[in-house]
Design a protein around this ligand. Structure first.
Ligand code: BTN
Length: 260
């Protein structure tokens, strides 16, 4: 994807105005981390192919070359470390809104940082930061979207989907990327103002798991309960009997299956 192609479609002031674009790279997040200190707000690192794309919890992220979107955005929010979890919700909400605007599909958010369609994952987010004297600056928002993937390996077919498979048409990747950067820039105002409640609220409106019976897998343990709400730091309140647990991470499945 050429820098010029992207720049021509941008409607933002800062997000995506500085671009590092690669045909192939190990991981856009790894590269973004290496330049983050001097890169500037909204710098975009994008690649047609990642040889070592990384996911949450040490997993890997595979994506067919030149079919999808794999990119990282560098931000430097003035955010207390305990609120860092909000940033992947912010990114997820922005990606979901932009996908809906450009495709008319209705993506759903799944805690903590997946975007789903028809009960299958179409986007994953890996937000990373390094703490400097107790403050986290800068933060890398790593976003992988299955855009025009037309087939998945058999072991992924029941759990992964793409915008192409859902919309039954090819999606313009540059157009979608520009829409995501615009949404990220627009909602970033709330991050700068430390107004996380509106982000959490917007995210919950797109999350069918809220209020439902769920199972959360965390470090080999499974916890069952009702997904009550999110706290303003992005943690999930799981209600089990008369006990409330605040969870910072985990893999969620809705116990009574998917309903749209
Ligand atoms: C997950 O679902 O576990 C998160 C996947 C995040 C993948 C993206 S692709 C762009 C960026 N670079 C990476 O190495 N990972 C993120």
């Amino acid at each position: 994807m050429l820098e010029r192609e992207i720049q021509e479609q941008l409607t933002t002031k800062t997000f995506g105005r500085r671009i590092f674009s690669f045909e192939s790279i190990d991981s856009t997040n790894t590269f973004a981390k290496s330049i983050a200190q001097d890169a500037g707000e909204g710098t975009l690192v994008i690649a047609e192919e990642q040889t070592h794309g990384r996911g949450r919890l040490g997993r890997s992220w595979h994506s067919g070359k030149s079919k999808n979107l794999t990119f990282s955005v560098i931000i430097t929010p003035d955010i207390a470390p305990e609120y860092l979890g909000v940033l992947s919700l912010y990114a997820g909400l922005c990606v979901a809104e932009a996908i809906e605007e450009r495709t008319q599909l209705v993506p759903e958010c799944k805690w903590p940082n997946d975007i789903m369609m028809s009960g299958k994952k179409c986007c994953g987010i890996l937000s990373e930061s390094t703490l400097v004297k107790g403050k986290a600056v800068p933060v890398i928002l790593g976003i992988g979207i299955n855009v025009n993937e037309n087939d998945f390996p058999p072991e992924l077919r029941t759990v992964a989907t793409s915008l192409f498979l859902e919309a039954k048409r090819m999606i313009d990747r540059v157009d979608l990327l520009a829409a995501i950067l615009k949404t990220l820039e627009d909602w970033y105002r709330l991050i700068r103002e430390n107004d996380y409640a509106r982000i959490i609220h917007g995210w919950q409106l797109r999350a069918p798991m809220m209020g439902r019976a769920i199972a959360v897998q965390q470090n080999g343990n499974i916890m069952n309960g009702i997904a009550q709400r999110l706290n303003t730091d992005g943690s999930l309140v799981l209600c089990s009997g008369d006990m409330e647990m605040n969870l910072m991470a985990g893999d969620v499945s809705i116990i009574d299956g998917y309903r749209s």
